[in-house]
Ligand binder design. Structure first.
Ligand code: LER
Ligand code: MN
Length: 274
């Protein structure tokens, strides 16, 4: 279902080890793709163990048959399954993280979609300074952003709340990081759950980030479906409209065992905010 301003998407995880994570649908790619389409979503955002795994499931055929678009591919399984990050102190691990994200960028680009760097930003700790970790993060994003551009897509970078990273928590910090890159092919992913923890005003932060926002994780304060927590979505959606954002509102939420219920609630909120 589309409205004038945005497109709708919902998350699907194919990573059992991510149990408890903020994904609405789990497993059964083909069955869930049909269900997601029949409910009225425009697209699915997929959290997968690897690009190779998605190829083995023939994602292309599955989405074509369901007539469903791909909104984005998450890369956090590189962290969840392997503990790889772009800022790890071991250069061979940083290399593995870059290869893992690079393969997902390549696969996403075949659908005209972006990949997301969220958890793969890692954190600074031990002997690694904040400055050093940010330098490695820039290095990784420059390479991966360049790769995305060469494949005709962009890369999404997601600030995370303070309990998940000590690198980039706020939208403004994310914009400053993007401005410091050599590539202009990295866009900001604003996850409203993280922003609710970190921002003074999510709406104002979005207005200040005009031109940099490429994706929204549409979710409430308690990480439940939009409308089932305490966020006031109207000023946020107004801010997104005012900066000319026309991308996805993608439901990255915990469904607590009722995927269809959470998906329906997301659509109710989405439609009321159109
Ligand atoms: C993690 O908290 C998150 O929001 C994901 O989108 C990043 O991988
Ligand atoms: Mn997110």
């Amino acid at each position: 279902m589309s409205n004038a301003s945005f497109s709708s998407a919902v998350t699907l995880s194919l990573v059992p080890e991510a149990a408890g994570g903020p994904f609405v649908f789990w497993d059964d790619l083909a069955g869930n793709a049909r269900l997601i389409k029949s409910m009225g979503f425009d697209a699915v955002e997929i959290f997968a163990p690897s690009a190779e795994f998605l190829r083995s499931l023939d994602l292309k055929k599955v989405l074509e048959e369901a007539e469903l678009r791909l909104a984005a591919l998450g890369t956090g399984a590189g962290w969840v399954l392997h503990k790889w990050t772009l800022t790890h102190s071991d250069p061979s691990i940083r290399g593995k993280a870059r290869d893992f994200v690079g393969e997902l960028i390549k696969h996403a680009s075949e659908f005209g979609a972006p990949a997301i760097v969220g958890s793969m930003q890692g954190r600074f700790e031990g002997n690694v300074s904040r400055q050093q970790a940010l330098a490695w993060l820039r290095e990784g994003l420059n390479e991966l952003g360049g790769m995305a551009a060469a494949q005709g897509t962009v890369l999404l970078f997601e600030p995370l709340n303070r309990y998940e990273t000590n690198l980039i928590n706020r939208i403004e910090d994310g914009v400053n990081l993007l401005k410091s890159l050599e590539t202009d092919s990295v866009r900001l992913l604003v996850d409203l759950f993280h922003a609710n923890i970190e921002e003074t005003s999510t709406a104002t932060a979005i207005e200040k980030a005009a031109g940099h926002i490429g994706h929204i994780h549409f979710v409430d304060s308690n990480r439940r479906a939009a409308g089932w927590g305490q966020i006031d979505f109207k000023p946020i959606v107004q801010a997104l409209k005012s900066v000319g954002y026309r991308g996805y509102l993608s439901a990255e939420a915990q469904a607590h065992g009722d995927a269809e219920g959470a998906a329906k609630q997301t659509l109710r909120s989405y439609r009321s905010l159109a």
